[in-house]
Ligand binder design. Structure first.
Ligand code: PMP
Length: 423
């Protein structure tokens, strides 16, 4: 044989290999829960495949044309002809990938251009692009708050914020979701001297509610804290320049907010993450932030699409108006049907329908999918206070007629599972 090992050379009795302790045993309850759900005949809400995507609002799923109401394509930029052309040009000129980290060999012209576009968009001194928004939170939070310092975060923060806290060495303090009073109380108990970072989100993505950022920032500043706001779900359509909830509420970068985190995966319509700041020493992060340094940079085509999209978003006033019209139309329609919603008013481009339990949520999700509508199922631990949600995210490119069809589909599916009374 190639190894030269002859079968007769094997010892007669082979000692049984010691069995490894199965590290997957801890997933048994999760697997059992999923099997139970699947055996009730529903489809896997986390296994949807878009076989064909026809526009920002329609795709083919299981052979059927389906309205998309579960993407974060708020501004519908994924099919913008200028965005696509920029991506194609970069793909042809610079190739398909960068092969390396920004620090060593992975900074291409379009990374710099995307950062320039972000600086223009935010009117900011500094912009730093990461490979995803997840990594931007992971990197910035874990790097700027160190040992002996504090990160203070909202209990309903996104997983990437929690993971950034876990990765760093700072002490972590949580406050009750959107509670200015609780934030004040908890900050009041901390020692005065150490540096502190308060982490907030403009829009909280599960229920679609917005943060009282003015009051939060006032409290944070009173206690001498720096402030980071994740504006992932607001870019492009909150505030005069589309900079986010902080701008809408009259706050300024530098004076009130030290760092804005954002993503290219939602309104921008591609993939990537970023941090914006006016801090004079901000560029030091490029030399110290591990999730920036030790991973490959985004492909040139991706950053080129991002740069073009960000610049177009600066002038997308009409799209913005249409997005808000759609949000009001959907929220009003679902509310009139009697659904329990995540917010009383259409505060953002996310409308969350609150259901009783997982069975009802998944049955209704399936009813909607069969009728030709795709929304998201959200469940604990992603959702606050153990709720099961069908989450709708609205796109500027949805037509009023599509929204009316969506409301009609919700009426039928909601009645079928008993979430609303039959008419
Ligand atoms: N922050 C928030 C609030 C988010 O909701 C998300 C993604 N859902 C992210 C950060 C991560 O963004 P990305 O998709 O670019 O990793």
């Amino acid at each position: 044989t190639e190894t030269g090992l002859q079968p007769e050379a094997l010892p007669e009795t082979v000692a049984p290999a010691p069995t490894a302790r199965d590290l997957f045993a801890k997933f048994d309850p999760l697997i059992a829960e999923r099997d139970k759900l699947m055996s009730s005949g529903v489809r896997d809400p986390f296994g949807i495949v878009m076989e064909e995507v026809r526009s920002p609002t329609t795709a083919v799923i299981r052979g059927q044309e389906t309205i998309l109401l579960g993407t974060y394509n708020y501004m519908g930029m994924t099919f913008d002809p200028d965005v696509i052309a920029a991506g194609k040009r970069a793909l042809e000129q610079f190739g398909s990938g960068t092969n390396g980290s920004r620090m060593l060999n992975g900074t291409f012209r379009d990374h710099v251009d995307a950062e320039d576009a972000l600086r223009e968009f935010y009117g900011a001194a500094h912009a730093m692009v990461f490979s995803t928004g997840y990594q931007a939170n992971l990197g910035v939070i874990s790097t700027i708050a160190g040992r002996g310092e504090y990160v203070i975060l909202d209990a309903d923060s996104h997983a990437s914020i929690y993971d950034g806290c876990k990765m760093g060495d700072a002490e972590i303090v949580r406050f009750r979701h959107n509670s200015v009073e609780d934030l004040d109380k908890r900050l009041g108990r901390l020692p005065k001297e150490p540096g502190k970072l308060v982490v907030l989100e403009g829009v909280y993505s599960m229920l679609g509610d917005i943060a009282p950022l003015r009051e939060m920032v006032a409290v944070a500043r009173k206690h001498g804290c720096m402030v980071l706001v994740d504006e992932a779900h607001s870019m492009g359509f909150f505030g005069e320049h589309g900079r986010g909830v902080y701008e809408e509420l009259g706050l300024a970068l530098g004076d009130d907010v030290d760092f804005v985190i954002g993503t290219f995966s939602k309104s921008v319509g591609t993939v990537g993450g970023f941090c914006i700041s006016n801090h004079p020493k901000f560029e030091a992060l490029r030399l110290s932030c591990r999730p920036y340094i030790f991973t490959a940079s985004l492909p040139p085509s991706v950053v080129a699409t991002a740069a073009t999209s960000v610049r177009k978003l600066m002038h997308a006033h009409e799209k913005r108006a249409r997005l808000w019209d759609n949000a009001r139309r959907l929220h009003g329609g679902l509310k009139a049907l009697g659904f329990r919603l995540g917010t009383d008013a259409p505060d953002s481009a996310i409308v969350a329908v609150i259901l009783e339990d997982q069975e009802q949520a998944v049955a209704m999700w399936q009813g909607l999918l069969e009728a030709g509508l795709y929304v998201n199922v959200a469940r604990p631990p992603a959702t606050p206070t153990g709720t099961f949600l069908l989450r709708c995210s609205i796109c500027a490119e949805h037509s009023a007629e599509q929204i009316d069809r969506v409301v009609a589909m919700f009426a039928a599916a909601g009645q079928q599972v008993g979430a609303i009374a039959a008419t």
